[in-house]
Every structure is written in C-alpha cells, then in structure tokens.
Write a protein that binds this ligand. Structure first.
Ligand code: CDP
Ligand code: MG
Length: 144
C-alpha cells in the first residue's frame, strides 16, 4: 500500500479547516496512519523544502510555515501520492480548480505571498523522504 506525507499548513489550522480536510481524506477512503500537531522549525523546513531553500522568497515561505502550528500526517491507500496531489489542486490558489482543497479554501495571494492550506509529497520517493524527516525512518518501514 502506498503512503504519502501531508500537512495542513498554519492558515488551514488557524482557519479551523482541520476537521473538513480530514473528512475529505476519510471520504476518499484513505487510512490515517500518523497525525500530529507540530510547530515547524527553520532546520526542518530547510530540509523539507530543500528544492526552494536558495530562492529569494524562501524567507517568506519560512515565515508563513512558522506562523502557527501545523498538522502533519501520513495517509495510505492506492495511488495516494497522486490522488492527494489531485485533491489539493495547483500550488497557486488562483490556478487551483474549484473542487480541489486549494481551489475551494485557499485565498488568492493579494500581497504576492501564497498561502495554500495544504501540502502533499509530489512522488513516492519524496513521500518516503518526508515521512522519515518528520516522523522518523520507522514510520516509513511500517509501510504495509
Ligand atoms: O506545494 P507544492 O508542491 O504545490 O509547490 P512547491 O513548488 O513544492 O512549493 C512549495 C511551497 O512553497 C508552496 O506550496 C508554497 O507554499 C511555497 N511557494 C511560494 O510561496 N511561492 C512560489 N513561487 C513557490 C512555492
Ligand atoms: Mg512540493
């Protein structure tokens, strides 16, 4: 069974969207394997977003991701990596289709800063790396 790593970002937690988003995950038939409310640190964000760490806007991403608690989790199910990415919608809320989480819940970035409510790994390899980073290697190996 495939696993992915997901996150409800600080704007999603602050706007009381946890229940609604977890409901979508359960309704889709995915299994919640891990769930934890956390605060991100600069160290973990640098690893989590290593592909963006040298971009000029990385400081803004860091500020956004540390603006409040986040809900992190692992979900499993058939094709869950791709399926959760489809459920999230495009990175920029203005491009995200209606019916997706970002399309329905995220707000257009009027100040240029994207706040897009959720995260999901973009490949099986990224999922394994991110699950190990946030929950430890044993969470990956518990893969059924
Ligand atoms: O989250 P996703 O995989 O869709 O996009 P990404 O390209 O991996 O970027 C990770 C996160 O960095 C995004 O979800 C945004 O929160 C942020 N980002 C941003 O604020 N501005 C950009 N031009 C690119 C990414
Ligand atoms: Mg990404």
């Amino acid at each position: 069974m495939e696993q992915t790593f997901f996150m409800i970002k600080p704007d999603g937690v602050e706007r009381r969207l946890i229940g609604e988003i977890l409901h979508l995950i359960e309704r889709r038939g995915f299994i919640l394997e891990r769930l934890e409310l956390r605060c991100a640190t600069p160290e973990i964000l640098k690893q989590h977003y290593s592909h963006l760490a040298d971009k000029p806007f990385f400081k803004d991403i860091e500020g956004y991701m540390m603006s409040g608690p986040i809900l992190i989790g692992v979900i499993s199910g058939p094709k869950v990596v791709k399926s959760w990415r489809n459920m999230m919608g495009a990175t920029n809320p203005v491009d995200a289709l209606p019916g997706t989480i970002r399309g329905d819940f995220a707000m257009a970035p009027i100040d240029g800063n994207i706040k897009n409510v959720v995260h999901g790994s973009d490949s099986v390899e990224a999922a394994q790396r991110e699950i190990a980073l946030w929950f430890g290697q044993s969470a990956v190996e518990s893969n059924r």
